[in-house]
Design a protein around this ligand. Structure first.
Ligand SMILES: Nc1ncnc2c1ncn2[C@@H]1O[C@H](COP(=O)(O)OP(=O)(O)OP(=O)(O)O)[C@@H](O)[C@H]1O
Ligand SMILES: [Mg+2]
Length: 248
């Protein structure tokens, strides 16, 4: 079943053409990686999906509905959440407060959940459930800004799942992480994306090839290739443009 479709998306910023006709079908439950060089247009695709920007041409469908031109909060309410390439946590609040705020925002946004979690202890429980999923329960009273970088990124993922989305978009969740932190992050992403659909923009090929069912390569605002990992790994155009030849 298709959960999202990008149909002929174009974007230009006051004359600068950034995307030239992006087409993408995303199956429900799929883990999809978007890769490509810096400036290729990957984050712009996310910004079009989430309603931050409106496409110059083309459409975005989510769960069969044309959501082109919808506001970001309307799209979030439909079950789509994203993390940002740049961390957007509140540094002077505790880890617990950061996640609780995200849980509260879901309650404001979605009445069905509000009635279920109307009691404050429901909110606390939900917050702690998310904290344990992202392995930060023991650090819940620490100031978010004082967490190690890897833990901050984990918290960012916690904020993303606080709205219990069906589709998660993660923009470079392992950026700046050590090898060890990256390994933990892969496990975390697998855990939080179980039962959901995931689109991840990622430069680390180890992360991409260990997580993704399908990979789309964006090159100068166009889809260069899209398919299962093995097909992408062996695609000559992708090797030439992006992956480079691997030495045997
Ligand atoms: N709001 C904006 N106004 C003007 N130009 C923009 C805007 N957002 C993105 N761009 C331009 O669009 C192009 C694609 O940017 P985008 O951030 O989508 O690339 P990216 O593939 O995510 O790159 P990176 O891997 O470095 O994150 C770049 O040339 C960028 O400067
Ligand atoms: Mg980007």
């Amino acid at each position: 079943m298709v959960i999202m479709e990008l149909r002929d998306l174009h974007k230009d910023f006051s004359g600068l053409k950034v995307l030239f006709g992006i087409n993408l079908l995303l199956q429900k439950g799929e883990k999809h990686a978007i890769i490509g060089p810096n400036g290729a247009g990957k984050s712009t695709i996310f910004n079009l999906i989430t309603g931050k920007y409106t496409p110059s041409q083309g459409k975005v469908f989510f769960k069969g509905k044309d959501i082109t031109g919808y506001l970001p909060n309307e799209i979030t309410r439909m079950g789509l959440a994203r993390s940002f390439q740049i961390t957007n946590i509140f540094r002077t609040m505790t880890v617990f407060e950061n996640v609780r705020n995200a849980v509260l925002s879901k309650n404001n946004a979605r009445l069905d959940v509000f009635s279920r979690l109307s009691k404050m202890n429901g909110i606390v429980e939900e917050t702690e459930r998310i904290l344990s999923q992202i392995d930060l329960l023991e650090r819940k009273n620490e100031m978010a800004g004082e967490l190690a970088h890897g833990h901050q990124r984990a918290m960012e993922i916690g904020l993303t799942i606080a709205t219990d989305p069906e589709l998660i978009l993660l923009d470079e969740p392992t950026a700046g992480m050590s090898t060890e932190e990256t390994k933990e992050a892969i496990k975390l992403i697998e855990r939080v994306s179980t039962g959901r659909t995931l689109v991840i923009v990622e430069h680390d090929m180890e992360v991409v090839f260990s997580l993704a069912h399908r990979i789309t390569v964006i090159y100068y605002g166009q889809v260069l290739a899209s398919g299962p990992p093995e097909e992408i790994r062996n695609d000559q155009r992708v090797k030439d443009a992006y992956l480079g030849e691997e030495k045997e």
